[in-house]
Design a protein around this ligand. Structure first.
Ligand SMILES: [Zn+2]
Length: 216
């Protein structure tokens, strides 16, 4: 390999791995489709999940055609309150999702609706597609397992609070609850989009750890 190319690779490694990790890391280096979180960041995130007593498993790094990838991702197994359809999530997204569910959604359900939270329903996390599902658009954060779409909440008393029916529905306390959990998302995720953002989000709350902060 030309000396210049080796130097370039070393430069790339040093910029994303604190302290560098030697030859093993060098051999694994590939042209990144998206900047990978450093191994130190990912490790710290795994430690945080364990410390917060979150059941999860680490997923192998996956790269797909079209530039999609799931790197340093985890699958949440037990976060206290079940959440449906959670696939691969980047660790920082998973960490914030659990905090949002525990610190914001649970108390908001009690406060506004007077019933414990039993389940959070989602449309999923990873999807190799463009923004808003539009062909030709830049890749969505979903294409990097860095986003989750929340569609509904099920309460202990059996009620199911869906974003689609509830956001502008007749019950004021349901509207307040949904806005409360939406606004709590704005404080925890990079980007939060709800039904007021645009027509694509009429039936779910989109949370991602991409650039931000952006809250609508
Ligand atoms: Zn989304």
């Amino acid at each position: 390999m030309a000396r210049g190319a080796v130097f370039l690779i070393l430069l790339m490694l040093c910029s994303c791995i604190p302290g560098g990790r030697g030859r093993q890391e060098l051999q694994r280096a590939r042209p990144p489709q998206r900047a990978e979180a450093s191994s130190a960041e990912t490790l710290q995130c795994h430690i945080d999940l364990a410390r917060e007593r979150i059941g999860f498993r680490r997923l192998p790094d996956q790269r797909f055609s079209g530039g999609c990838s799931a790197l340093g991702a985890v699958q949440l197994l037990d976060i206290g309150t079940p959440a449906t359809n959670l696939g691969a999530m980047t660790c920082p997204l998973a960490r914030q999702f659990v905090r949002w569910s525990r610190e914001a959604v649970r108390p908001a359900a009690e406060r506004w609706l007077g019933s414990p939270l039993r389940r959070v329903e989602t449309f999923g996390t990873f999807a190799c597609r463009g923004v808003n599902g539009q062909p030709g658009a830049r890749l969505s954060e979903h294409a990097f397992a860095n986003a989750v779409d929340v569609s509904a909440f099920v309460l202990a008393d059996g009620r199911r609070i869906a974003v689609e029916q509830g956001w502008n529905g007749e019950v004021e306390r349901v509207r307040r609850f949904l806005r409360d959990v939406h606004d709590a998302g704005c404080r925890r995720f990079g980007i939060t989009l709800g039904p007021d953002a645009d027509a694509y989000h009429y039936n779910h709350l989109h949370f991602d750890m991409g650039r931000g902060p952006y809250c609508r």
